[in-house]
Every structure is written in structure tokens, then in C-alpha cells.
Design a protein around this ligand. Structure first.
Ligand SMILES: C[S@@+](CC[C@H](N)C(=O)[O-])C[C@H]1O[C@@H](n2cnc3c(N)ncnc32)[C@H](O)[C@@H]1O
Length: 322
């Protein structure tokens, strides 16, 4: 597996997937020159950190800078401070490569999650192969899917996310790959709901409240590809993202904003949701809008994200919409 990944200019991958290797609550990833160790349960002993680092360095034949991010909630509540657990020292270069694309992979930043989600590589790979002309990247985060689209030849990419910090990394990622941020590669700091609903020609929706500001106005329009990779749950003034109970509130407008014969790359990262049930929900939802799903391709996770029971927690589907 590693030879293949290195051969296609990928140096960001999972090395240890504790959930399926008998050590839940721990994962070890390579991000370029960084060895990122994340724990969600028990903290590691300092000597364990050294051991992991030297064993992996020997196996890979190169030294990676170990960074340990302990993500268990702190006893005092609130977000843990990673620096309390380990000071990894200054970082030399925090640029990782995936399929030849350069990404900012700094392991310590304003948020807790890594800047590039490795299990979505299969999605970014599919995006590159599809080479769609116009792409709407919803919940864009650091714009990985948008960058992959632009480098696959898309003439127009909209990246929508309400986090300024995530989009700032998106700008860095664009710069790292000589993509100019502007009309052709747009970063839209906005709530997904009003953007997708306006593209779909639907009223804004959500509860009207005094707190709600006027969202960005966008025209009714169609895209060749819509990337729909939402978090499990998130509430905003314009609606609630609830992947488990209400996928349709995102999927319906996405269908209506997809050009006939265009594609939706959809994800569902709730382990408890059955893949067939999720796909059926999307097929039924498309039908109710008067459109239909012509085909569904389930994208299996890449080998560094094994799922021995064949039921990966993150489900990724490529759907063609008629
Ligand atoms: C799981 S990440 C998405 C990962 C991303 N698609 C990728 O390719 O790496 C979730 C993102 O959704 C954004 N988000 C959550 N709710 C949102 C909303 N209602 N409108 C806009 N962005 C939202 C968060 O700011 C975060 O960046």
C-alpha cells in the first residue's frame, strides 16, 4: 500500500487505525514530515511516544516529527490544550502531499481536527477522475475537495463554509497549488443552507429570528458536481444539520441544484446509520423533488482505513442525478 501511495505522490496516510486494531481511542497518521498521534481516551506514557516514533521512523526509513494531540475532554471541561501534553517544538515544514496536491497539514492550529481528513481521500480521488466543469463544495472546511476539483480542470468552484479559519487554510491550500482565489475559485464564508436553497430555487427556510442576518444572495443555478460532506450535527440560524435524522434537508436542495446527468458526492459519517438505508433515503428524496437517481456508486475506503466487518463508519456515495 505504501509503495502505491508514495508512487502517486501521497505522503499523508493512516498508519495505525486503533478502532480496528484492538486499541480504540488512538490513531497514528503521517502528514508529510509530521507523525500525528491522536488519543481520545487514556493519555500515552512519554516512553510510549518515543517508542512509536522510533519504530515508525525505522519502518518508513525516515524521521518524522512526532506530535501528540490528546483529545479527551479536559477535567475542567472545554477543549483540551494540546500543549499541556507535549510540546513538539517548532515545525519545519507543514506541507503534505496527496495525489500530487499540496496541502497545509499543520498539526497544531485553532481547531482540534487535522486540516486534511484522510478517510476522504477516496472522494478526492473520485473528484479528480470525474473532472467536472462546475463544482459546489459544501461544508468545504479547508477546501480539499475544491482544490482537487480545480486541479482536475473545473472552470468554476464554489467552496462554502461558515468558518473563517477553515477558509483561511483553504486560501493557503489554493496558493500552495497555484490556484488563484477569485471568481473561478470562490471561497464563500456563509451558511450552507441559504446558499444551497437559493441555488435550488427554494425559499430560505429556517426559523425567522431577530438574530438572523441577511445571507449572501446567490442566483438559482445548476452545478455539474455537488460535494455534500456535512458534519454529523450542527445548528445555525438557517437550519440544523442532522445527518442521522434529517439528511433530506441538505440532499433535496442539492438534487435540485445538480445539472441533469450531474453528480453528487455525498457522505454520512454516523456509524450507526446503515448504508442501504441512507442510500434509500436519498433515492426517495430525489424522487419527491421530481428528479431521480440514475446510479449509485459506493466508494469503499482506501486500504489505510480497513473495516473488517465491511461496514465502514464513514459512508461515501457518488450519485448521478437525472
Ligand atoms: C466535517 S467538516 C467538512 C469536511 C470537508 N468537506 C473536507 O473535505 O475536509 C465540517 C465543516 O462544516 C462546516 N459547517 C458546519 N455547519 C455549517 C453550516 N451550517 N454552514 C456552513 N458551514 C458549516 C464547519 O465549519 C466545518 O468546516
Amino acid at each position: 500500500m505504501l509503495n502505491r501511495l508514495h508512487g502517486e505522490e501521497t505522503n499523508c496516510y493512516r498508519l495505525f487505525h486503533g478502532a480496528v486494531e484492538g486499541f480504540p481511542g488512538c490513531s497514528i497518521d503521517r502528514y508529510g514530515d509530521i507523525l500525528l498521534i491522536q488519543t481520545w481516551r487514556e493519555p500515552l506514557e512519554p516512553q510510549t511516544l518515543d517508542l512509536i516514533s522510533s519504530e515508525i521512523g525505522q519502518a518508513l526509513g525516515c524521521h518524522l516529527q512526532p506530535v501528540w494531540n490528546h483529545r479527551a475532554p479536559s477535567r475542567l471541561g472545554g477543549r483540551p490544550s494540546f500543549n499541556d501534553w507535549q510540546d513538539p517544538g517548532p515545525f519545519s515544514e507543514c506541507i503534505g502531499r496527496e495525489l500530487g496536491i499540496r496541502y497545509d497539514v499543520c498539526p497544531r492550529h485553532g481547531g482540534a481536527d487535522p486540516l486534511l481528513f484522510l478517510d476522504f481521500r477516496v472522494g478526492r480521488r473520485r473528484i479528480r477522475a470525474a473532472a467536472a466543469h462546475s463544482v459546489l463544495n459544501l461544508f468545504a472546511y479547508t477546501c480539499g475537495a475544491g482544490i482537487a476539483s480545480a486541479l482536475a480542470g473545473a472552470h468554476e468552484v464554489w467552496n462554502v463554509d461558515f468558518s473563517a479559519g477553515a477558509l483561511a487554510v483553504g486560501t493557503r491550500n489554493a496558493n500552495l497549488n497555484d490556484i488563484t482565489v477569485g471568481q473561478d475559485f470562490r471561497l464563500i464564508r456563509e451558511d450552507v443552507f441559504p446558499v444551497i436553497r437559493q441555488c435550488a430555487g427554494l425559499p430560505l427556510g429556517g426559523r425567522l429570528s431577530r438574530k438572523r442576518r441577511q445571507p449572501l444572495t446567490v442566483p438559482r443555478r445548476f452545478f455539474d458536481l455537488i460535494v455534500l460532506d456535512p458534519p454529523r450535527w450542527a445548528k445555525s440560524a438557517f437550519g440544523t444539520v442532522d445527518v442521522m435524522r434529517d439528511y433530506a434537508s441538505l440532499f433535496k436542495p442539492a438534487v435540485l441544484a445538480t445539472r441533469p446527468s450531474g453528480a453528487i458526492l455525498a457522505t454520512n459519517n454516523v456509524a450507526a446509520v446503515n448504508a442501504d438505508d441512507w442510500v434509500n433515503t436519498m433515492v426517495r428524496c430525489a424522487k419527491k423533488t421530481g428528479r431521480s437517481i440514475r446510479s449509485v456508486e459506493i466508494l469503499e475506503p482506501e486500504p489505510d482505513f480497513p473495516s473488517p466487518d465491511g461496514r465502514p463508519a464513514t459512508k461515501i456515495a457518488w450519485l448521478i442525478v437525472d
